[in-house]
Design a protein around this ligand. Structure first.
Ligand code: KIV
Ligand code: ZN
Length: 432
């Protein structure tokens, strides 16, 4: 992205190597219709799922996890509708999840039968607490479970050669597990699937429960990246949750550590504290000078559709998307922003103080950038007067008028719109 350039920290005297950066967008997978959906008070019905699915396609997701068809009739019918009504564009691949159980795998294969291409997502937990408390299984039993169910899926999918089948294997609870156990589970899946250039596999490593700092997760990903074989036929994916509030950082570090793909949800919906927020993660790419390859050029409409489908509000201070993120209440910020807009040439690298991104790139207008309240200074006031009413005030008048505004906002304790400013200006200078 030419308009945005990576921030280059000043080289420290005792350190000559550069910080790592993200150099390309990952493959994105939206799990809004699966992990996001399963975390709602009221899971989406078919109609809502369709509305969100079509929006995800429009945004540009090439991989979309559409549900858990063996566990829900709504999901089964939804998947069938996508296939039967030809609603999957050629460059989009749907993914469906199933637990490691023969009958569920069979029903899943039946659900996606006839699709041009499909990713089937098989998972089982690998961490000690789950082995011991939930499944009462030792490590060899976990490996046998993986071998058996991946082989079963291979046998069932081979019966339908008209579909290009891709296996996604997730060692659920990866970030809480011993690395050698996770690696052994993944290698078992890779072998049972018979991975080669024509039989693809996605190895998806989740922080099912985020339990460490983001650099520790990145270390785990880097270790897997170095040990998985045959690495060239494996897509290495991550699936961060946000229990510590560091899901975005975990995903960013993981990309720098070797991950090719990221799974997440719009605005961080998902179990407990959510899946990683793909909106923030994608738009953060601009600070690396990288285009995210997703279209958020009308972020307000994306937010409204997500809110309607999930019944969850987007926080007003949500990065990039919240109603308040392109506002500046303090006078010094307003002044700096005003100067920044004045100096910003249309085709130059973006360099407006306090605004990490051009609001126009997200379909937001400058209208909401400057607001005037008791904390504002003359910069914001004169900016609004000039932009909305064509009034260019001389410097002395700016100071004088800002005092008038200050007195008014101090008393009313409310914010002033451009129109209210004009009324006050008119009463102060024109009609008296
Ligand atoms: O969070 C998780 O571990 C999952 C898996 C099934 C990938 O959602
Ligand atoms: Zn998850």
């Amino acid at each position: 992205s030419r308009k945005y350039q990576p921030f280059a920290p000043i080289a420290l005297a005792d350190r000559t190597w550069p910080s790592r950066t993200i150099t390309r967008a990952p493959i994105w997978l939206s799990t809004d219709l699966r992990d996001g959906n399963q975390a709602l008070f009221e899971p989406m019905n078919g109609e809502r799922k369709m509305e969100l699915y079509l929006e995800l396609v429009r945004i540009g997701f090439k991989q979309i996890e559409v549900g858990f068809p063996a566990a829900s009739q709504t999901d089964y019918d939804f998947v069938r509708r996508l296939i039967d009504e030809n609603l999957i564009p050629d460059d989009v691949t749907i993914m469906v999840m199933t637990q490691s159980r023969e009958d569920l795998i069979d029903r899943t294969v039946e659900a996606v039968r006839g699709a041009q291409r499909a990713i089937v997502h098989i998972y089982n937990a690998v961490a000690p607490a789950w082995r011991k408390i939930v499944f009462n299984m030792d490590v060899p039993q976990v490996m046998a479970l993986v071998e058996h169910h991946v082989s079963h899926f291979r046998m069932q999918s081979d019966k339908h050669p008209e579909t290009e089948w891709i296996l996604q294997y997730s060692p659920e609870t990866f970030s809480s597990a011993e690395l050698d156990v996770s690696l052994a589970a993944c290698q078992t899946a890779i072998k049972a699937w018979g991975v080669n250039a024509n039989r693809k596999i996605i190895i998806n490593l989740p922080t099912t429960v985020e339990n460490a700092t983001a650099n520790v997760f990145a270390d785990q990903i880097e270790w897997m990246h170095r040990h998985l074989v045959p690495r060239e036929h494996i897509v290495l994916s991550v699936h961060p949750h946000n229990d510590r509030g560091t899901g975005v950082a975990a995903a960013e570090f993981a990309m720098m550590a070797g991950a090719d793909r990221v799974e997440g949800c719009l605005f961080g919906n998902g179990e407990r504290c959510g899946n990683v927020d793909i909106v923030t993660l994608a738009l953060n790419m601009y600070t690396q000078g990288v285009h995210p390859q997703l279209d958020f050029s009308d972020i307000t409409s994306v937010a409204r559709i997500a809110e309607e489908c999930t019944s969850l509000p987007v926080h007003p201070r949500h990065p990039y998307a919240g109603d308040l993120v392109f506002t500046a209440f303090s006078g010094s910020h307003q002044d700096a922003i005003k100067k920044g807009f004045g100096a910003q040439a249309a085709d130059a690298v973006w360099e407006v103080p306090y605004l990490p991104i051009d609001p126009a790139d997200l379909g937001r207008t400058y209208d909401s950038v400057i607001r005037v309240n008791s904390q504002s200074g003359k910069g914001g006031i004169s900016f609004l007067m000039e932009r909305e009413h064509g009034v260019v005030m001389p410097r002395r008048m700016q100071v004088e008028f800002s005092n008038v505004v200050q007195r008014q906002t101090d008393t009313s304790e409310t914010e002033m719109t451009g129109d209210a400013l004009w009324t006050l200006f008119d009463a102060t200078y024109l009609t008296t």
